[in-house]
Ligand binder design. Structure first.
Ligand SMILES: *[C@@H]1O[C@H](CO)[C@@H](O)[C@H](O)[C@H]1NC(C)=O
Ligand SMILES: *[C@@H]1O[C@H](CO)[C@@H](O)[C@H](O)[C@H]1NC(C)=O
Ligand SMILES: *[C@@H]1O[C@H](CO)[C@@H](O)[C@H](O)[C@H]1NC(C)=O
Ligand SMILES: *[C@@H]1O[C@H](CO)[C@@H](O)[C@H](O)[C@H]1NC(C)=O
Ligand SMILES: *[C@@H]1O[C@H](CO)[C@@H](O)[C@H](O)[C@H]1NC(C)=O
Ligand SMILES: *[C@@H]1O[C@H](CO)[C@@H](O)[C@H](O)[C@H]1NC(C)=O
Length: 434
């Protein structure tokens, strides 16, 4: 879980984009808006149930000042690397800036340890997962776009204190951190890390070896995911190819090349996902034409194209039974019915700012969908036809160099709360509605 920051678009007006070339033609872009008030937004299309437009839940929209808890870390002007993650048991929050990670006990707010893992100045993504014996593995992927990226792994005790030395491994989290980072692959806790155009599959419990390396892409990989049965890994990136790999051996199983060979050098793909039954593969093309493709894996010529859209789609999630597919764009959100691909919900905002819907996530038995964009984190309850928002107030002027962190999401359904990582580099904790 837990990915944040970056790779979110550039704001228009008064905004400057920091665009850094990769080794070939791909770019990563970071939103760097000048100090500006929260933009004025107009809702063009909203969620509906039985033809009744959704309404705000009582007390919503909520603004930052109403958060129950707030944690911050000193940060140099953005876009310096900053990120935040919670342990899955809800015990600790790890807040990272360019020099330090504060390990904070959530119940007391006390900083129980400070890790100094020495990160480059830019592009920091963190992740934490449960390790054997009640311990934790904290991962920091750090990059300054020279592509000597590394993922540093630090084991932490049950008390949040470092255990043993940290370990560096070549690579970076995929797609700026939009993909799952640590997964249980075939019974192993593995880390998927990209090293420009190779994917490394590392065994988190064996610091000395990697499981396999997937070699064959010819430009920077943007997205890597395991199939639901963990037997296959799908990858895609700026060479426009989608590749399916045998996860155990690293053998290439299928290669889906760019559809139009004449335009092959212009292809940039952003995202790939498996449907919950593992039968459909989704991939998102950013250029030459922003489209989403749905491929039947038992018949690779059975392809449905969604779009073209106004811009790329970098957020997509099926609900758990696969009957609905949510897609996030600029800034809009569509929910499609899988059986006939009809659009059953459309949420759309008009803004002169270039904003993106990210971190789409179904939860609570698929009765709720949440997403984030510049205006905060929102949620829709399909049963109650109610909307929720936790976002900045009109008086919340973000700091100079405002980066669209867009509210990372850490659901703790059993405990009825969640934390959000917001565009002012603070983590806020809120109660979840019943
Ligand atoms: C953006 O957030 C502000 C503050 O919560 C809210 O007043 C405004 O209605 C929001 N805009 C849209 C389009 O939701
Ligand atoms: C919603 O409105 C459409 C078009 O007016 C109508 O065909 C449909 O029956 C309505 N659905 C419900 C559940 O009222
Ligand atoms: C990072 O956070 C630490 C711990 O809170 C703080 O002491 C340090 O000054 C911060 N670093 C920068 C560069 O702001
Ligand atoms: C990136 O980090 C490397 C060391 O990891 C350093 O040599 C290089 O100067 C840094 N580049 C930038 C642009 O900060
Ligand atoms: C990794 O290698 C080092 C040095 O060879 C060795 O001391 C250590 O035990 C190894 N760790 C594992 C988990 O195999
Ligand atoms: C594969 O899909 C294509 C396109 O939908 C279709 O024409 C073809 O009959 C399918 N092949 C099989 C074996 O089902």
């Amino acid at each position: 879980m837990l990915f944040t920051t970056l790779v979110v678009s550039l704001g228009l007006l008064q905004a400057s984009a920091l665009t850094v070339p990769t080794r070939s033609h791909g770019v990563r872009e970071v939103a760097v808006a000048a100090a500006a008030a929260i933009p004025t937004l107009t809702l063009l299309s909203d969620f509906q149930k039985d033809n009744v437009t959704a309404s705000w839940a009582p007390g919503h929209p909520k603004v930052w000042g109403q958060a129950e808890k707030k944690f911050s870390i000193p940060t140099p002007p953005l876009p310096a690397g900053v990120d935040a993650v919670f342990t899955e048991d809800g015990k600790f929050l790890l807040l990272t800036n360019v020099t330090d990670t504060d390990v904070i006990r959530l119940d007391t707010g006390a900083v129980v340890s400070t890790l100094k893992l020495k990160f480059p100045s830019y592009g920091t993504h963190t992740s934490v997962s449960a390790a054997p014996g009640g311990e934790y593995d904290f991962l920091v992927a750090a990059s300054n776009f020279t592509w000597d990226d590394k993922v540093t792994q630090q084991r932490l005790s049950q008390d949040g204190v470092p255990v043993g030395p940290s370990v560096d491994r070549p690579g970076f989290f995929s797609n700026g951190g939009f993909d799952p980072t640590v997964v249980d692959g075939d019974g192993k806790r593995v880390l998927l890390a990209i090293d420009i155009d190779d994917v490394h599959v590392y065994d988190l419990d064996d610091v000395n070896s990697s499981v396999v390396t997937l070699t064959g892409h010819t430009d920077s990989i943007q997205s890597i995911v395991f199939s639901p049965d963990k037997k296959t890994i799908a990858s895609t990136g700026f060479d426009g190819h989608v590749k399916l790999w045998d996860a155990a051996t690293g053998t290439l199983v299928h290669d889906i090349p760019p559809e139009d060979p004449e335009q092959a050098p212009d292809y940039q793909n952003w995202l790939t996902r498996f449907s919950p039954d593992g039968k459909t593969l989704l991939y998102s093309i950013g250029s030459p034409l922003p489209e989403v493709k749905l491929v039947q894996l038992n018949n690779l010529t059975d392809v449905v194209t969604l779009g073209p859209f106004s811009y790329w789609v970098r957020s997509a999630e099926w609900n758990s039974d696969g009957s609905l597919l949510a897609l996030g764009g600029f800034p809009w959100l569509l929910v499609l019915r899988s059986s006939d691909l009809a659009v059953v919900q459309e949420w759309r905002v008009d803004t002169e700012h270039w904003e993106e819907v990210l971190f789409l996530h179904w939860f609570d038995k698929d009765t709720k969908l949440r997403w984030s964009y510049l205006n905060g984190t929102e949620m829709y309850d399909f049963e109650k036809n109610l909307k929720y928002r936790w976002g900045p107030d009109e008086d919340d002027v973000p700091p100079p160099g405002w980066v669209v962190l867009a509210g990372d999401w850490f659901p703790f359904k059993s405990e009825g709360w969640f934390g959000n990582f917001d565009s002012d580099s603070s983590v806020r904790v809120w109660s979840l509605p019943e």
